[in-house]
Ligand binder design. Structure first.
Ligand code: NAD
Length: 341
């Protein structure tokens, strides 16, 4: 355990709220933790993360010595550890993000995905539900991928769930576990299902950082398959705002889509990044693209409606132009960040 400065009496200062973030060292989790620690000095933020290959300690450098931040290195599947956290801390809010997240790896090691994403959620839920200090909110951060592909139809929160890869299947299974605690115990859960989130510090296996780092290494962007895949991209700050809004205003037991109308074909994304990073004319863009075979099954697109979240007052504030500008700049300024990975 680290962080959390003691006061003059050798005790932790009093806090109004204690928030447990699982997976707080990962891409989205680290943005969430930094924002919580900065914006809420009167809240204590605890990050439980086992530091999997996809995260860097540097992501949380700016908060690691702060009095209202505590890091616990550990596995969310370790029931002894997780029970101990709930026995010894008065956890008011849980943001559960810890997960295995790479779709292609999920076909190679589905058992690992099942263990972390499903068993980990079961362990955390059980401990939170049994805790003597009853949490006010358990926010489970899920994904639009649970809907499966939507060619013509737009998914709302009541649409059927049809996951089509081991990653999304385990996220859907975990959602059902989370919902069962609402159905049976009225345990105060909320589920979010978000589009693809992008921004600084995302590990290089995901599409935007993958293209950016390949180009920075003077290598071509690899485009999988020939089908017209596209994704909706939401800037990480907007996603975090949505998570914090559902924490305060979301209705218990409900699911909220978190999305954007910014749909970009993957080929167009690659072209745009080639032009920005390589500064080449249109005629030379194709020199930086390479087409490779597809994964076993690929969902072409995931269009979702966010009306329910918008009714709470949320709007995506960061345009694609601004979000990608900030992201490209960060990868340019921090070219060595993922070097060891
Ligand atoms: N990135 C996206 O586009 C996106 C979209 C929708 C939902 N989500 C969900 O948001 C959450 C975070 O995604 P991300 O993109 O930040 O992923 P990430 O892979 O960057 O981070 C996952 C984090 O979980 C931690 N972790 C993994 N196994 C663990 C274990 N056994 N115990 C404790 N910690 C463990 C990792 O160390 C890492 O810090 C995930 O639940 C993901 O399903 C992500």
């Amino acid at each position: 355990m680290s962080g959390g400065d003691l006061n003059m009496n050798g005790q932790l200062p009093d806090f109004n709220r204690t928030v447990l973030v699982t997976g707080g060292s990962g891409f989205i989790g680290s943005h969430l933790v930094c924002l919580l620690v900065d914006r809420h000095p009167d809240w204590r933020t605890i990050n439980l993360d086992d530091l999997d290959y996809c995260c860097s300690r540097r992501s949380l450098e700016s908060v690691e010595d702060r009095a209202n931040y505590t890091f616990i290195r550990g596995d969310v599947c370790n029931s002894q550890l997780v029970n101990h956290i709930f026995d010894t801390e008065n956890i008011d809010v849980i943001f559960h993000l810890a997960a295995k997240t790479h779709v292609e790896s999920s076909f190679e090691t589905p058992a690992a995905f099942q263990r972390v994403n499903v068993d980990g959620t079961r362990v955390l839920l059980g401990a939170a539900h049994q805790a003597r200090h009853r949490p006010q909110r358990f926010v489970y951060v899920s994904t639009d991928e649970v809907y499966g592909a939507g060619l013509d139809r737009v998914f709302d929160e009541s649409s059927p769930v049809r996951p089509s890869n081991p990653y999304s299947a385990t996220k859907a299974a975990a959602e059902y576990l989370v919902r069962s605690y609402w159905d049976k115990y009225k345990f105060p859960i909320i589920i979010t299902r978000s589009n693809n989130i992008y921004g600084p510090r995302q590990f290089t296996e995901k599409v935007i950082p993958r293209f950016l780092t390949l180009l920075q290494m003077n290598r071509k962007c690899t485009i999988q398959g020939t089908l017209p895949q596209s994704r909706h991209f939401l800037f990480v700050d907007d996603a975090i705002d949505a998570f914090l809004l559902v924490l305060e205003k979301g209705i218990l037991g409900e699911i909220y889509n978190v999305g954007t109308s910014c749909e970009i074909p993957i080929l167009q994304l690659a072209r745009e990044l080639v032009k920005t990073v390589k500064n080449v004319p249109d005629s030379e863009v194709n020199d930086w693209l390479e087409f490779v075979p597809d994964r076993p099954h690929v969902d072409l697109r995931y269009p979702i409606s966010c009306e329910k979240l918008q009714q709470l007052g949320w709007r995506a504030e960061v345009s694609w132009a601004e979000g990608i500008r900030r992201t490209v700049k960060w990868y340019r300024d921090n070219a060595d960040f993922w070097l060891d990975a």
